[in-house]
Write a protein that binds this ligand. Structure first.
Ligand code: ADP
Length: 269
């Protein structure tokens, strides 16, 4: 759909001509709708914990607030909701920083060895993995390197590992495999967890999309982890794909060119 705007021939001068401006209204409307949905989602996600914090603070400051045990319970809820707010804000900042740095050409890409990145990512997920008695196994050649932004690749792997641990039953195993395949780097994170029904797969990488909102919240999820992974792959001129079988587990795969970004900048759409 195109919008047609006539820049009018105000004084009706014969043969003055008419300038027709064509706008791609469909695309503009779509972008505007995406922006509005995003703002509405962010507001909703932030409002829920704020409302809860306000409610419990009011109860605490009531003269009739209960005994010490009850006060402690209220304070724990307030602390949990504050952590949730912090997690959402941290993830929103990460998303906008990747965009900004990428648009200004400020992201540095360098040749980096992948194995130490994967080991650092595993280290960052160790506490949660230990709590859930999960083992993270890495399978990556020592000399495997690719041109990438090491900080962002590590962040993408942390997000995938964190999900693999969160959405699996305690005691399972998560496997990280990395290797090069015909000119591209591939990093796979596989779990034996609950899996994802196929009708969710198309929307999984949208901001704030969750398959099971309650489970995500209970596990401290923000609904932004996979959107961040998708962004990180975009600035690497790559993409992320997922294969999943409900009840059997999921594999998320990062794919990006081994070479392309050296010395270059990247744009995100
Ligand atoms: P969240 O913070 O909710 O984990 P993500 O963007 O990281 O948000 O993931 C979006 C949703 O995708 C999750 O809420 C969850 O329902 C689903 N999901 C992501 N990774 C996995 C996985 N490894 N196994 C099962 N479901 C997953």
């Amino acid at each position: 759909v195109y919008g047609v705007r006539l820049l009018s021939n105000e004084h009706n001068v014969p043969d003055a001509g008419v300038l027709v401006v064509l706008h791609d209204v469909t695309r503009l409307r779509l972008l505007e709708q995406i922006r509005r949905d995003f703002v509405a989602n962010v507001s909703h996600e932030l409002k829920t914990p704020v409302t809860s914090i306000k409610g419990f603070v009011e109860m605490l400051s009531d003269s009739g607030a209960g005994d010490h045990g009850e006060q402690k319970r209220f304070l724990d809820i307030i602390a949990r909701q504050a952590r949730r707010l912090e997690a959402i804000i941290t993830d929103l900042l990460t998303l906008s920083q990747v965009d900004d740095a990428s648009e200004r050409g400020e992201l540095s890409f360098e040749s980096c060895r992948i194995l130490p990145l994967l080991e650092d990512a595993r280290h960052l997920c160790e506490t949660r993995a230990r709590d859930r008695r999960m083992k993270i196994v890495i399978d990556c050649p020592h000399d495997f390197s690719a041109v990438a932004n090491p900080h962002l690749i590590e962040q993408a792997v942390v997000n995938l590992l964190d999900n693999a641990v969160k959405y699996s039953e305690p005691g399972g195993q998560v496997r990280v495999r990395a290797a090069q395949h015909s000119g591209e780097a591939r990093i796979e994170v596989s779990d034996q967890g609950q899996g994802i029904d196929r009708h969710h797969l198309d929307r999984l990488f949208e901001r704030f999309y969750r398959v099971d909102k309650n489970r995500s919240r209970k596990m401290g999820g923000t609904g932004l982890g996979l959107a961040i992974v998708k962004h990180i792959m975009q600035v690497h001129e790559g993409h992320v794909e997922v294969e999943s079988s409900p009840g059997e587990g999921s594999t998320f795969r990062l794919r990006f060119p081994l070479q392309s970004r050296e010395g270059g900048d990247a744009a995100v759409n």
